[in-house]
Design a protein around this ligand. Structure first.
Ligand SMILES: CC(C)(COP(=O)(O)OP(=O)(O)OC[C@H]1O[C@@H](n2cnc3c(N)ncnc32)[C@H](O)[C@@H]1OP(=O)(O)O)[C@@H](O)C(=O)NCCC(=O)NCCS
Length: 156
């Protein structure tokens, strides 16, 4: 069963027509309860600007003609540094398609594209304690986790 679904998944370039679908899938995934920080930064402007700047690092997973997941990355070059970095900004799979290898296929494609473009390191981030994403990233080879503290100040 797992194998059959996996075979039906196609990873392809994201097109401008995919942006609304990707936006709505992200809205389902990056909820304020589960991803309080990512919820705040997931919006149509974020997707549009990533797509405009780095379309070659934006892919979708399609099953039976429907978008079921996406990955969006950017390529970072620092001046006076030989190191180039890939940053996987967003990766998401519709819940009902989880644990069927879709995320893995999306990630592998985006990693290949970043490596082909010269990235020496890939950076990802997620909410602290999110076992699903942390296990996923470990499975695809990430092993150094550093903590970065976000602080918020709310105006009354
Ligand atoms: C992370 C995410 C993209 C993984 O997508 P997926 O299609 O379910 O992942 P895969 O089926 O390719 O899983 C690959 C491996 O990741 C690990 N994994 C994935 N989901 C897991 C879970 N819920 N619990 C434990 N391990 C998990 C497993 O090792 C799995 O391999 P296995 O099924 O052979 O055990 C998906 O869970 C998701 O959309 N999460 C919400 C958004 C998010 O956290 N994005 C990352 C930060 S932007």
């Amino acid at each position: 069963m797992k194998k059959k679904e996996d075979d039906e998944i196609c990873i392809r370039d994201m097109t401008i027509d995919d942006l609304p679908k990707v936006f709505h899938i992200g809205e389902e995934i990056f909820t304020s309860e589960r991803f309080p920080l990512m919820y705040r930064t997931w919006d149509s402007f974020e997707i549009a600007s990533l797509y405009t700047g780095d379309a070659e690092f934006c892919v979708v997973a399609e099953k039976s003609g429907r978008v079921v997941g996406f990955a969006m990355a950017t390529f970072i070059e620092k001046s006076r540094s030989a190191w180039k970095y890939g940053y996987v900004a967003w990766l998401g799979v519709k819940k009902r398609h989880h644990r069927r290898g879709v995320g893995m296929k999306l990630y592998k494609e985006i990693e290949k594209r970043l490596r082909d473009a010269g990235a020496r390191m890939i950076i990802v981030d997620t909410e602290q304690g999110d076992v699903e994403a942390l296990n996923f990233f470990k499975k695809v080879g990430f092993n150094t986790a550093r903590k970065h503290i976000w602080m918020t100040k709310t105006f009354k």
